[in-house]
Structures are given as structure tokens and as C-alpha cells.
Design a protein around this ligand. Sequence first.
Ligand code: GLU
Length: 309
Amino acid sequence: MPDLEKVVHEIAEEMRAYEDRGRVASYIPELARVDPKNFGIAVIAADGTLAAGGDCDRPFSIQSISKVFTLTLALGKAGDRLWTRVGREPSGNPFNSIIQLELENGVPRNPFINAGAIAVTDVILSGHAPRSELGEILRFVREAAGDDTIYIDEHVAQSEKRTGYRNIALANFLKSFGMLENPVENVVGTYFHHCAIAMTCRQLAVAGRYLAHSGRNPGTGYNIVSAERARRINALMLTCGHYDGSGEFAFRVGLPGKSGVGGGILAVAPGQASIAVWSPGLDEAGNSKLGRIALEKLAQRMKWSIFGE
Ligand code: GLU
């Protein structure tokens, strides 16, 4: 097996030299202030060895990566009933598209496009006050990462709340189809806040371990979800985790992955490792440009693609 530590350091070094780093998301004003020169990577192998490089200890806004954690919680709460609220097919549309939602009567294509994630947030919110549900989400992430310092960046949450007209429109649209149980304001408020969780690559890689190891965190020995559920979440990450860039990501990287507009990507090499990368500049589909390139190099050099060497 290639030397993980060496490969991770090589990649961090190579990424430093890249000129074209994509464009930082600007529709959430607070995210536009992040320096595009940042690049971080952390990889935790099955035996617990952690290799990290670059800005791996700087917290960033995980944004849509949080949808993996809310999906995990929603499946725990609703089980297969969740699939009456949201589909399991790639959308082939941008992350915030509204068109498909009308044609499909308010059942979003998958849990990772914004409409789907808003529906998932509604499911976990039912029966709870927004504040206590947010507490539950944060507790889950902290426990998975084994780190109580993980926090919600209130500036980012407020910034998105002030400018999130489209997400508010999506939620209203879902409500008009009778597909939200809770008040729109509570659902989007909770959604904006879970998107505003800030984490470092190191924390995120550890938090993703249960997906790489059949639902179990090998660090603590705890089962977080069943093996079947972890496998299914990974399948959705592979097919839908990068919006309309999901096919390209599977083609180039060959690993389940979930991106966020903060420039992070959580990727899973089943049985091998959990990986987090971060570079704030995005490509046209809203996915981290250098993050994807770094993962492509990593999967290639470690021979981790799920499709073979
Ligand atoms: N909070 C972001 C939004 O709803 C998440 C999008 C993303 O990370 O892709 O627009």
C-alpha cells in the first residue's frame, strides 16, 4: 500500500502551486470573505492513522456537507418513511433549482439538493423546537467527530438568512404542496443554522468515519448507524453528492462524496478511509475546484476508487 502520509503531503504541496482556484461563493456574503488561497486535507485510515496537510486545522463553513448528518438523523427518526418525502435520484440540476419541484409535486429528487435537504430538516424538526433540534444536530456532529469545540457560526447563519430568498422560496413551495409539517420560518432557520456549522478538515474526516466503516466509528467502537444505512447514504453521496457535477466527480474520483459551497468535500473510501478536503474556490457546478482535483490525485495514488484501480 502506498505511504498515505507521503501522498497527503505531496498533494498539499502540489495544491499550493495552483493558479486557477475557482471562485469563492458570493451569494452568501459572509462566505465571500474567505481567502481562496486556503487548502486543507485530512485523511483518517481504518487503523486510526491520520495524515493531514495545508490548512487542515482552520475551521470552514461545512454548508451542504451538513446534509449528510441531517440525512443520517432523519433516517434514524423516520426510517424508510423518509422516502415518501424525498426521492433518491440524481437531479441533473443545480443545487437550488426550483423547476423540478413543481413538475414532481413537491417531492424533491434527493436529500442533497436544497429542496430535499429542507424536507429532511422538516422531518427531524417535527416534535421539537428549532433550538433543541439544532442542539441535537450539533451534538450528533460533535459526537461523531469526538470534539466538543465544534460550533455553529452565527454570522454565516445570519448572512444566509438575510439573503436566502431562493431557499425560502423553495420552502414555501414545499409548504404549498403540503410537504412541510412545520412553519416555513422554523424549517429554513434550522436549515441555515446547520449549514453554518464550522469544522476543520481534521474534525470532518473523523466525523465521516462511520460512513467508511459500515456504520461504526472504529475510534470509539460505537455503531452510529447500521451497515445497510451507511451503505445507502454512501450510494446517495456518490450519485447526488455533487449536484449536477455528480457524474463528473464519480468519473474522476470514483468515491462517494458530499460537497458544500464553503469549499469543503467529505469523501469516503469504504473500508479504507474517511477524507476531508477544503479549498473555498468553486467550479461552475458549485463544488470545490481544488478539492476535487486533490481527491482525484489521492484516489488514484492510493488506488481507492470504488470502481477499481
Ligand atoms: N446553505 C447553502 C444553500 O442553501 C448550501 C448549498 C451548498 O453548500 O451547496 O444555498
